[in-house]
Design a protein around this ligand. Sequence first.
Ligand code: ZN
Length: 328
Amino acid sequence: MSAPLHRPRRLRKLPAMRDALAEVTLEARHLVHPVFVTSRSESRIIESMPGVCQWPVEEAVERIAAWRELGIVQFLLFGVVEPDAKDGRGSMADADHGPVMRLIEAVGRARLDVILWADVCLCEYTDHGHCGLLREDGLPGDVENDPTIDRLGEIAAHLAAAGADVVAPSAMMDGQVRAIRQALSKAGHDSTALCSYAVKYASNLYGPFRDAGEGGMRHGDRRGYQMDDRRTREWAREIALDIEEGADMVIVKPAHTYLDIVASVRRAADCPVVGYHVSGEYAMLRAAAERGWLDLREAGLEVTRAIRRAGADLVISYLSPELAQWLD
Ligand SMILES: [Zn+2]
C-alpha cells in the first residue's frame, strides 16, 4: 500500500481547522437587498419569486426596519406603478408622488440608519417598457441614447435630493455615468455615490424580475443596449469607460452565471465590485428547493460565497433576509 507524501485532507479533518483556514467571508454587511415598492395600497406576492413581494410605501419602511435588525444595511429600490401611470418619458421614476421617491423620504424620516440605493432607469415607468426614450415620431426602433442620458441625469438628481445615498444607473446607455455625475454635481449632490451597472448582459435570467417590476416590453428587446453573452472582452471597455466617467462602484449582472466576468472585473478594477444574483438565478434555487431537490440554506450560502470568492465586495441578492438569518 502506498503512502502519499501530500495529504490535503489533513487540513480538512477538523471543523475548527476548516473555519480557521476559510479565506472567503460572507457577512450581512456584504449584502444588498432589492426592495420593490409599489404605488398601490396593498402588497402583492410575486409568484415567480417566492419570498419576494411588492410593498406599499409604509409597509416597505417597516420591512426595511425589520431587515435592518437582521444586519442588512443596504437596500436597492425599484418602483412599481400602475399601467395608466406610465408614459413615454417615465415620469413616475422621479415624480414627487412616485413610490421610490416617497419611500426614500419616508425612510429618511424614520431615521433607520440604512444605505439606500436607487435604481436609475426608465423601463419600470415607460408605457413601451424600454430603458430609455424612443424616437419622438413614435416609430419603434432604437432607444435614443443622448436624450435618454439627460433624462437619467434628471432622475438621479431628484432621487439624490430625496435622500438616496447611492444612485445605480441600469439603462446601459453610452455616457450615462458622466451625464449623471454632471447632473448630480450641478444640483449640489457631489457626495452621492454612483454605482453603475457597468457590465449588464442581455440575459434570459431576468424573467421573474419583469413580473416583480412589471416592466415587460410592448415590442422589441433590450439586445440593442445590453451586452451580448457571446463576447468575452467587451466588459473591459465598459468597466474602463464607467470608471473614467466617474463611477464609484461597478456592478456585474448577472453574477452567478457570469463568475468568470466577476473575476476578470475584480482584477481589472480598483473600485468596489458588486455582483447581482439575479431573479432567474434566485428562482432556480427556490424552485429546486421547493421540490426538495436541494437545500435552500446550504445552496444559497454556497452560491453567494461563490460570487464573493470570484471577487465581489458586495452581493445584491433577493435571498438577503434568509442569508442574514442563516449567517447569524
Ligand atoms: Zn431598465
